[in-house]
Write a protein that binds this ligand. Structure first.
Ligand SMILES: [Fe+2]
Length: 240
């Protein structure tokens, strides 16, 4: 039941389980989509809508919320739609056919998002690190975390870090793909995310661990990507 006194709206939705239940790609890829909003104003944004975007908008509407925008962590088709491994995945292009809302990306990711989804420049809002996206009274801070892709970004909101493919509970996003950069990934994990407090809840882009979330403190303790104490060690272990 929704507690009306709690304005902050936050949902974590697993592909293949909470939506797109019959889609084999959605089941296999185990992506998390997030809905973040303000219950009082009824506005919400979707983070990385893919596979069955109409179902995701329906989830919001069933909660009495209206989708007023999309935040994209990065351009990979399992996060924004497009062609992947011979499959055509639904994403922001399908969403824009139903509702006209801004798609928020890091400036460095804009070109890739356009190419992979086919949406036009006019649909994109290009951000710099530190920008705030307001959803009703809720403020979401965008943190540029390159490494997995040049314009990957994480979202800091109400004690949660929505991390896309930058950081999982175990491991981090691949750094051997086109546009990846292991050195930048090290800087993102240790410096750019270094100020994110230990009690912040890490909300990853995929369910790659038994638990869906963990605190940053737990993650810094148990995740092998935080084991090396220097960049040189990190590069030896994780740069391919
Ligand atoms: Fe990715």
């Amino acid at each position: 039941m929704i507690d009306a006194s709690d304005r902050f709206y936050f949902r974590q939705l697993l592909s293949g389980r909470d939506f797109a239940q019959t889609d084999p790609m959605a089941q296999q890829m185990v992506n998390f989509v997030y809905a973040i909003g303000d219950r009082q104003t009824g506005e919400a944004v979707l983070v990385d809508p893919a596979y069955d975007v109409n179902a995701l908008i329906d989830v919001l509407e069933a909660d009495g919320m209206t989708c007023t925008g999309v935040l994209a962590t990065h351009y990979h088709p399992d996060h924004v739609g497009g062609s992947m491994m011979g499959f055509e995945l639904e994403g922001v292009a399908t969403l824009l056919e139903r509702i006209d809302v801004p798609i928020h990306v890091q400036a460095q990711e804009a070109e890739y998002v356009r190419k992979v989804t086919g949406i036009t420049d006019g649909s994109l809002v290009k951000h710099a690190s530190g920008d705030i996206v307001r959803v009703g009274d809720v403020e979401i801070e965008l943190i540029h975390t390159p490494g997995h892709t040049p314009g990957s970004q994480c979202f800091l909101v109400d004690g949660r870090l929505v991390a896309g493919d930058t950081l999982f509970l175990d491991g981090c996003g691949r750094t051997d793909l086109p546009g990846s950069d292991p050195e930048q990934m090290y800087e993102s994990l240790t410096t750019r995310l270094g100020r994110v407090s230990d009690d912040t809840i890490l909300c990853p882009g995929h369910q790659y661990s038994a638990e869906p979330t963990a605190t940053m403190g737990q993650t810094r303790e148990r995740n092998i990507v935080f084991r090396p104490s220097t960049k040189e060690q990190w590069m030896m272990l994780f740069a391919n």
